[in-house]
Design a protein around this ligand. Structure first.
Ligand code: TRP
Length: 448
């Protein structure tokens, strides 16, 4: 007997927990910063609503119908529809993508944990830009420090996964997600009081169509998959723990809404703090670790609020990381005699080892390059730009061209109008958008 979430709210909370992560609080603000602000935000919002939401419904639908881990789930659904069992390859690819993503995600989440302590010790107060930069570079130059925090984060992740669906994943999300929202609202209040919210909102929302470049469009599209956890079976496996009667469309809607709202509020908060201190919004990946500490260091109550901020990011990362290993763990326990705890130890151990190669790419192995990318960038690009969109593409194609329409419709339980919309997007819009991202990657789009 497979476990299931206690109720549909547990599913929504867990899936929102998976979606809301470093992608929202670290990647989204810095990408907005480097891609010209409002233009990027606008395209991102369109992608999330037009492509992300229907794909989220598709992935949940596949999982719930299959009632199995993504590998056996795809094989089962394919058999049911008279297709080839090779579709299970989508599941294997998802497992591999999850392992690769977590191996670098955990390293960055480790930085966050380290910054919680650093913030709490009052380290940021009065810090200059050079000091902030040096502090960060000295930290990532130290493999042992990175190893320590990567190990701590992997331990936290596997601890939750080992405890199972209801007492592990469900409970962790039920505690952390509401706390995350509360902390975020406190920080928003803080930035309303001492930040420059006006400029921040203008930066993020004042339409400036001259800044909508093809490059911004494509990176916004790619990011919408990553931030919604789509394309690797994380949402599918969570969907497989969802009870029969719950409405998939409504659940998907709430998850997408929560993920987007949290990204926007995080962006507004962060830029308000950045602008109030005359700092640079386009600082790139260092925005959180090099720019924000300077800002907090100058502001009243900076120590407390900086600590809260990094705790928030840590929670967000933690509820996401557990969803990255769940496909692999569920596949192992449904196919071997391993207990959940052992399976978690095995998968966690493997990711921990691969993570060591990733953290060395910031120091000892910084010269080790493939296609001109170090290990960290390689894993990030390979998963975000190739494996996730490919997984999403295959799932969408499978749902509309292989599965029986009656089965999809029964599972989605949409009225005719909405069903036709879902079908149209899943058949044509999402696949062509994804193919466009790929073409850009290969450099076949002349206008980039
Ligand atoms: N969505 C998470 C974030 O924004 C990361 C994540 C968790 C993820 N599970 C995933 C990304 C599955 C892709 C696929 O941080």
């Amino acid at each position: 007997m497979r476990s299931h979430w206690t109720n549909r709210w547990a599913f929504i909370m867990a899936t929102a927990g998976s979606a809301v992560g470093l992608g929202n609080i670290w990647k989204f603000p810095y990408m907005t910063g480097t891609n010209g602000g409002s233009a990027f935000v606008l395209v991102y919002l369109l992608c999330v609503a037009l492509i992300g939401l229907p794909l989220m419904m598709t992935e949940i639908m596949l999982g719930r119908r299959a009632q199995r881990n993504p590998v056996d789930g795809m094989a089962h659904l394919a058999t049911e529809a008279g297709g080839t069992r090779w579709w299970r390859g989508v599941g294997y690819m998802g497992i591999a993508a999850g392992i690769l993503i977590l191996s670098f995600y955990s390293v960055v989440a480790g930085w966050v944990l380290h910054y919680v302590l650093r913030a709490a010790s009052g380290d940021f107060s009065g810090m200059t830009a050079t000091q902030a930069k040096d502090q960060f570079s000295n930290f990532v130059a130290n493999p042992l420090a990175l190893l320590l925090w990567h190990s701590v984060f992997m331990f936290l992740t596997m601890f939750v996964v080992a405890r199972g669906v209801t007492s592990g994943l469900e409970r962790a999300n039920k505690i952390m997600m509401p706390s995350l929202v509360v902390i975020l609202l406190i920080l928003l209040g803080y930035s309303l009081a001492v930040g420059d919210v006006g400029r921040s909102i203008e930066f993020m929302f004042r339409p400036d169509f001259s800044k909508i470049t093809p490059a911004a469009i494509l990176s916004a599209m790619g990011h919408s998959f990553f931030t919604l956890s789509l394309g690797m079976g994380a949402v599918m496996v969570y969907g497989s723990y969802l009870q029969r009667h719950a409405s998939i469309a409504r659940a998907a809607f709430y998850v997408v809404l929560a993920d987007t709202a949290i990204a926007l509020v995080a962006g507004i908060t962060i830029f308000a703090i950045v602008f109030a201190n005359q700092l640079e919004p386009a600082a790139g990946p260092g925005l959180l670790f090099q720019t924000l500490p300077i800002a907090f260091g100058r502001m009243p109550g900076g120590t407390v609020f900086a600590t809260l901020f990094f705790v928030l990011v840590g929670f967000a990362a933690w509820t996401s990381s557990i969803s990255l290993v769940e496909p692999a763990v569920s596949w192992l326990i449904e196919n071997t005699a391993l207990t959940r705890a052992r399976a978690a130890l095995l998968v966690g151990g493997l990711i921990w080892l691969i993570g060591i190669a990733v953290l060395l790419s910031f120091n000892e192995w910084s010269e080790v390059k493939l296609f001109g990318l170090n290990i960290f960038d390689l894993f990030d690009k390979l998963t975000t730009n190739i494996l996730l969109p490919l997984g999403g593409l295959l799932m969408a194609l499978f749902a509309v061209w292989v599965m029986h329409a009656a089965h999809a419709q029964e599972e989605l339980a949409l009225n005719d109008r909405h069903y036709r919309r879902w079908l149209f997007v899943t058949r044509f819009v999402a696949p062509s958008a994804i193919v466009l991202v790929f073409l850009n990657l290969i450099g076949w789009l002349p206008f980039i």
